[in-house]
Design a protein around this ligand. Structure first.
Ligand code: PDD
Length: 282
């Protein structure tokens, strides 16, 4: 079955979908993106991702190329054409194509809008969550506005690769004060010995995860104690549980940090419960 992608108003066979080599996303990383999971044909947390998309564009002063209702229609058509019932949607918007110059291009330059969809068999992700994952830690080498979902992901790419080469699934980045910021592509959480859920506040050092926000709400609604504050690797090593959240991993327990087990070394019950609750709430 052929795969279709969307580029600036047109659905094209994926292999023929292309953008200009003058595109500022390619030249400068001057672009933002979003990722949605699709389950049973529906976008998970759809509203939150659209809100963050608008915020990312606003922070970078890139105009929204088409409105959210139109974007929803395009995504629906993309899912239909690719027959995606379970999978992922990727959207990227750059400041457009223009003769290379660091300053913004002339007013009226059309932003580039690209969307792709792919099928994913979430069974592998479920199995990973059953087993739990290992994470490594490394210094956070990123810039000061990680709250904007830009495609400037080189430190994240290097961190993730380092994790893979160490036999781990994710890399927890640590700031200059010794506090964990977040994973290369997920937010980081622990559950203290007293059963308190802890995750870093949504400051400029982390991406304001949409899954994170939903889990915070679900956990508070269920009566769990939640603290939005930084935690160190030492605290994480002594925690009862740890887990990550993201649109692609939902909630996935962490059972090992830098070759030391978390808690009893098995996926924690609260993380596993929150995963079930999150998926059931969608
Ligand atoms: N990544 N932190 C970072 C650095 C991320 O890249 C992501 C998501 C998250 C979690 O955010 P959310 O819950 O909104 O997915 C946190 C996506 C999945 C990606 O880059 O593929």
């Amino acid at each position: 079955m052929s795969r279709f992608s969307y580029v600036n108003g047109r659905f094209l066979p994926h292999a023929q979908a292309s953008i200009s080599i003058d595109d500022r996303g390619f030249l400068f990383g001057d672009a933002i993106y979003e990722v949605w999971s699709v389950r049973h044909g529906h976008l998970l947390d759809s509203e939150g991702h659209f809100e963050r998309l608008k915020r990312s564009l606003g922070e970078l002063r890139i105009p929204m190329p088409i409105g959210v209702p139109a974007l929803r229609l395009v995504i629906g058509e993309l899912l239909r054409r690719n027959r995606v019932d379970e999978g992922l949607v990727y959207l990227e918007i750059s400041r457009g194509a223009a003769r290379r110059d660091h300053v913004f291009p002339p007013a009226g330059t059309r932003p580039t809008l690209v969307m792709t969809a792919k099928r994913v068999d979430f069974a592998a992700a479920d199995a990973r969550a059953e087993r739990g994952i290992g994470v490594i830690s490394l210094p956070d080498q990123r810039w000061g506005r990680c709250d904007i979902k830009t495609v400037n992901l080189l430190p994240n790419v290097l961190a993730k690769q380092a994790a893979r080469e160490a036999g781990a699934f994710e890399a927890w980045q640590v700031d200059d004060e010794g506090f964990v910021t977040e994973g290369a592509s997920s937010n980081a959480w622990i559950v203290t010995a007293e059963g308190v859920l802890v995750t870093r506040p949504a400051d400029h050092a982390i991406l304001h995860g949409i899954t994170r926000a939903t889990i915070l709400r679900l956990a508070r609604d269920a009566g769990y104690d939640v603290e939005e504050r930084g935690f160190t690797l030492d605290e994480a090593h002594g925690a009862r549980e740890a887990f990550i959240t993201s649109a692609t991993t939902f909630v996935t327990p962490v059972v090992r940090i830098d070759d030391r087990p978390v808690g009893n070394g098995a996926p924690g019950s609260l993380g596993s419960l929150l995963r079930e609750t999150y998926l059931a709430a969608q």
